[in-house]
Design a protein around this ligand. Structure first.
Ligand SMILES: Nc1ncnc2c1ncn2[C@@H]1O[C@H](COP(=O)(O)OP(=O)(O)O)[C@@H](O)[C@H]1O
Ligand SMILES: [Mg+2]
Length: 475
């Protein structure tokens, strides 16, 4: 379709806001009419944020013939499944038509573009781009880099331009939670309009909190929605139903409770299977954890730790092997940090033994040693899953209905000290901040991934290592 359009001008569609987008009084109206340049409408899911974004974009296009508006989501599929699908039913074709170029072309010459920005580098595709108004949905899915780069393209030389309008909506959570929280929630009181620091663009900024109760339409059509959200884990519920931004900050394992996870030591029954997880370190501590699994359960009991810095590599393995021998234990598998399989070359160009080789040598005749899985996000999610429990917590104590799957014996002081102290990664809230003391966490994470997410039995598996282009099979 071409763009030969007859601009009809302002007022051609009477009272468009009421007809196409009957926005609610209160927060949606505040969002639509605020004079701030950069706004985040953030909080509870179902609060009417995405609806308000579309209302804003369409009203703007209708009120300013010839306007260029752009609505971003991180991926195209998300745009298509949400905004594009809905806007085509909301805006009749005598007002605007959707083209195969992902544009909604208005009869008055305005255009609303639906765009995405999946990779960090996708921002460069917008280098020659200009938009009068820019909207982002699910802002916490974007990186801070993408957002700050893209908003520089919100500019105009049109004489009627009312000034910069950057409008975002989001739920808390997701990978960008922390930067969005710092930029809007921590920087401003709710509803306050304040100038941003120079190095962040210096725009007039505002945060409009969204609550479920702000959306009477949803409350009326689906009164059970809030209860559905109550089925989520408590932290998710607070974020999604109440729009609570605090819950995601700080501690990564918020479900950790010493009273629930730490148990008195006991003799491990002989039919329980035993495993060892290892994280390597020389100047940073190395960490070795022994775990026992009751037969036919998905529970795991950590019963011994070896932890310390400045211990030579071979000594770390020898100490662990000696403990196994001293207690006459049968170990099913030793799972080590996968980076320990890396081999370097000595001065003569000969491949040196890897740390994995050293562990294999020390554990020869005792147990097999394999590389662990280091997919960080999945590992962190699994870790959270095994620490999760259900029960009631009051000031007088905790009543547990469903116990966690990971149990830690008293005396594993380094695990008990470091794992609860881990923080979320600022750039990705689904991961642990690697600047923390994460050695116990890493060692146990390799163990957990092996036990609960191993796709194939390890004996049948072959691992291939590439060293300087040489491929060698490592059993
Ligand atoms: N002003 C409104 N009038 C009618 N329906 C609305 C209004 N605001 C939101 N809704 C509807 O409520 C539901 C949730 O709104 P949505 O914008 O998707 O919420 P959020 O993006 O905050 O999760 C959607 O079905 C949406 O169409
Ligand atoms: Mg939404």
């Amino acid at each position: 379709m071409g763009r030969k359009l007859t601009p009809k001008g302002q007022g051609a569609i009477p009272d468009t806001r009421k007809v196409l987008y009957p926005i609610h009084e209160g927060k949606q109206m505040d969002f639509m009419t605020s004079p701030a340049e950069e706004i985040l409408y953030g909080g509870a899911a179902g609060g009417g944020k995405s609806f308000a974004l579309r209302a804003m974009a369409v009203s703007y296009c209708l009120e300013h013939p010839g306007a260029t508006a752009v609505l971003f989501r991180r991926t195209y599929r998300e745009l298509e499944d949400t905004h594009i699908k809905l806007i085509r039913t909301e805006v009749p074709s005598y007002i605007a038509e959707y083209t195969s170029h992902h544009d909604l072309v208005f009869k008055n010459g305005s255009v609303l573009m639906f765009r995405f920005c999946e990779q960090e580098s996708d921002v460069y595709a917008y280098d020659t781009f200009e938009a009068d108004i820019m909207l982002f949905d699910e802002l916490t899915a974007f990186t801070s880099f993408q957002y700050s780069y893209l908003i520089t393209r919100c500019r105009s030389t049109k004489p009627w331009w009312p000034g910069r309008r950057i409008r975002s909506a989001t739920n808390p959570g997701n990978t960008g939670h922390n930067w969005v929280k710092e930029r809007f929630i921590d920087y401003l009181k709710p509803m306050e309009i304040k100038r941003a620091p120079e190095n962040e663009g210096g725009l007039l900024r505002q945060f409009i909190p969204a609550k479920l109760q702000d959306n009477p339409t949803l409350m009326k059509i689906d009164p059970t929605y809030e209860n559905v959200l109550k089925g989520l884990p408590y932290e998710e519920y607070r974020a999604k139903a109440l729009g609570d931004w605090e819950i995601f900050s700080g501690q990564f394992f918020r479900r950790w409770r010493k009273e629930v996870h730490v148990i008195p030591p006991f003799q491990i029954p002989p039919d329980w299977q035993r495993y060892i997880g290892v994280d390597y370190g020389i100047h940073a501590p190395h960490a070795v954890y022994w775990a026992a699994r009751p037969p036919d359960t998905n529970h795991i009991f950590l019963y011994r730790e070896q932890y310390g810095a400045d211990i030579p590599a071979r000594e770390q393995a020898r100490m662990a092997a000696q403990k196994v021998k001293a207690f006459g234990e049968k170990i099913e598998m030793v799972i080590v940090d996968p980076s320990m399989a890396a081999k370097s070359r000595d001065q003569d160009g000969n491949l040196q033994r890897s740390l994995l080789d050293i562990w294999k040598e020390e554990f020869a005749g005792i147990a097999d040693v394999i590389k662990g899985n280091n997919e960080r996000i999945q590992g962190a999610a699994l870790f959270r899953e095994v620490l999760d429990w259900q029960g009631i917590e009051t000031s007088s104590g905790i009543t547990v209905y469903v116990p966690p799957r990971l149990h830690v014996m008293e005396g594993l002081t380094n695990f008990i000290r470091t794992v609860p102290a881990l923080m979320g990664n600022k750039l990705n809230v689904e991961d642990v901040d690697t600047n923390g003391e994460d050695h116990a966490y890493d060692a146990v994470r390799y163990l957990l991934r092996y036990l609960f997410a191993a796709p194939v039995q390890p004996k049948a598996m072959r691992y291939y290592d590439t060293v300087d282009g040489i491929v060698s099979a490592v059993q």
